[in-house]
Structures are given as structure tokens and as C-alpha cells.
Design a protein around this ligand. Structure first.
Ligand code: ARG
Length: 292
């Protein structure tokens, strides 16, 4: 929970207005997949162009910096072994949705990623979680984001709307369906990030008018991203409630976050972006019982 200062806005000696809200970080547990086999060898979103291959060492360094940043913030990062021939497996966010003692493993929309699910089924089962694979297309935390009591669920490009009902029943949590309309923002986590239990940031243009209305109603104090913020994947961010690890190009969004009392930490994701990925895509948050 955030502490709202009862003194209202205060002014520093330098005359600069200070944030009115003190943001609190909480310990998180993430699952990441090393980028050993990362490449762009097929195209399943508008960012991917196999004719322009990635620079593997640079991509690996960018991934490592995200990993090390999360560790240096005090969070726990588990690793799932990468599999040869699965170049998108580095985007661990898509592997599953996890809550409490349950993991719902992805059923990928495209056959190019289909084989990733087996690794996640095995990984979660070996950790003693109740686990099963989703019945219809469901791309895990790419399209499912936990915000307080709600499970925000994207559809439109990857996750099937029918999968929302399955998730609602499996996790026994209320699901809020949000429909994406711009194919550059094909997963919910490319258009919206959860900053803390009741704060989100999002790019309205990625959503239908109806979904924009839901977001305005649920999150009246949301931080609104511009088209430019979205285009550099600024919304593909990981927040611990205070620190927001995110693509460095989103300078406007970072300023807004600072004003709201968050601490944005910019990361270079240029090579990951060639596959349509950023910080959050590489990070599956384990909202499990062990994680607290
Ligand atoms: N190339 C991958 C795909 O199109 C990128 C996945 C990005 N992941 C994410 N959580 N948005 O599936």
C-alpha cells in the first residue's frame, strides 16, 4: 500500500515540487530464460523481420543487464533452461500465468512457439505447483497482468477471449477483459504496465474505446503514455511498486513516473525490440506462495 503524505505537496529547498506519494517496493520473484538461442528467424508480429538478424552478443548483454538490475534491486530471479530452436523462449513472460499455488501454462497462438509450453509445464511441476496447460490460445503474462484483486486480461491478437473465462475459474479471481486493436501492441504487456496494486500506466490508442472506458473507470489516476512512449516499448516495464525497470527510450513516460513518485530505471532493449520484446517480455513474475 502506498502512503499518502498528509502534508500535501511539499516544496524542497531548491523550490522543486516533490512527489506527494511515497512508493514502497516489495520483494518479487521472477523467472527469466537466458537468451542463448535468441534470434529473429520468423515473423509473428510487425517488429520481426528475419531479413535483419539480431546481434546476439548485444542482445545477450541487454538481457544480462535486465537480469542484474532486478537482482541488484533485491529481487529473486530464477532461470528456466533455454531450448535450441526456440528463439522467442527468452520472452519468459509468455510461458505461463502464476498465482498462489497454481500455474496456467501458455498455449501459443503460433506454432513457431508451441514447443515452449513443454518446458514450462515441466518447470512448474518440478517446483510442486499445481499446473496445467490452457485449453485455448493463452500467452501467459504477455496478456495477463495482476493489479490488486483484478486479473487484467488482454485479447485481440494472441490470447483468446475464451481463455479469460478459463483463467477466471482456474485462479478464482475476477478477470477484466481488455481488447487490443493495434497490431504493434499485440500483447497486453506492450500497452499497459501495472506499477502497484492500484496504479497502472497505459497507452489508450492500443485499446478499443470500450476497454479505454474500463481502464478510466478502474484506474482514474493512471499514468497515460503517449504514442512515442509506446513506440519505444516504454510500457513493457517491470515495477516492484517503486522501481520501474523499463526501456530507456521512453523519456516522457519516465518523467511522468518520477513526478508520480516512482523511480524509473532505463534499459537499452534495442536488440530485443527486433523481436517485439522489451523488459517485461523477458520477465515472468511468479506471484506464487513462495514469492510472498
Ligand atoms: N517475438 C515474440 C512474439 O511475437 C515476442 C514476445 C514478446 N513478449 C511479450 N510478453 N510481449 O511472440
Amino acid at each position: 500500500m502506498n502512503l499518502i503524505s498528509d502534508a500535501g505537496p511539499v516544496t524542497s529547498t531548491a523550490g522543486r515540487p516533490q512527489p506527494v506519494v511515497t512508493r514502497r517496493s516489495t520483494h518479487r520473484r521472477y523467472l527469466m530464460c537466458p537468451p542463448t538461442y535468441f534470434d529473429v528467424t520468423y515473423s509473428i508480429n510487425p517488429w520481426m523481420n528475419p531479413a535483419k538478424p539480431t546481434d546476439q552478443p548485444i542482445a545477450a548483454a541487454q538481457w544480462q543487464r535486465i537480469h542484474d538490475q532486478l537482482v541488484s534491486l533485491g529481487h529473486t530471479v530464477d532461470l528456466i533452461p533455454p531450448v535450441p530452436g526456440l528463439p522467442d523462449m527468452v520472452f519468459a513472460a509468455n510461458g505461463a500465468t502464476v498465482w498462489g499455488d497454481r500455474a496456467l501454462v501458455a498455449r501459443f497462438r503460433h506454432e513457431e512457439r508451441d514447443a515452449e509450453s513443454a518446458s514450462y509445464l515441466e518447470w512448474f511441476a518440478s517446483r510442486g505447483l499445481q499446473v496445467r496447460q490452457a485449453e485455448t490460445a493463452n500467452e501467459g503474462e504477455g496478456d495477463y497482468l495482476t493489479a490488486g484483486r483484478w486479473l487484467l486480461a488482454g485479447s485481440g491478437f494472441r490470447t483468446d477471449r475464451r481463455a479469460h473465462l478459463e483463467s477466471e475459474q482456474y485462479f478464482d479471481r475476477p478477470v477484466i477483459g481488455l481488447t487490443l486493436v493495434d497490431d504493434r501492441y499485440y500483447h497486453l504487456d506492450t500497452a499497459l504496465a501495472v506499477l502497484d496494486e492500484d496504479t497502472v500506466m497505459y497507452y489508450p490508442g492500443a485499446f478499443t474505446a470500450g476497454s479505454q472506458a474500463i481502464l478510466r473507470e478502474l484506474f482514474p489516476s493512471a499514468i497515460i503514455a503517449t504514442a512515442d512512449d509506446a513506440a519505444v516499448f516504454g510500457l513493457n516495464a517491470v515495477s516492484d511498486g517503486r522501481h520501474v525497470v523499463m526501456p530507456a527510450g521512453a523519456t516522457h513516460l519516465m518523467a511522468k513516473l518520477r513526478e508520480a513518485g516512482f523511480e524509473p530505471i532505463g534499459m537499452d532493449v534495442s536488440e530485443l525490440l527486433r523481436a517485439g520484446g522489451g523488459v517485461k517480455c523477458c520477465t515472468l513474475e511468479l506471484h506464487d506462495s513462495a514469492g510472498g
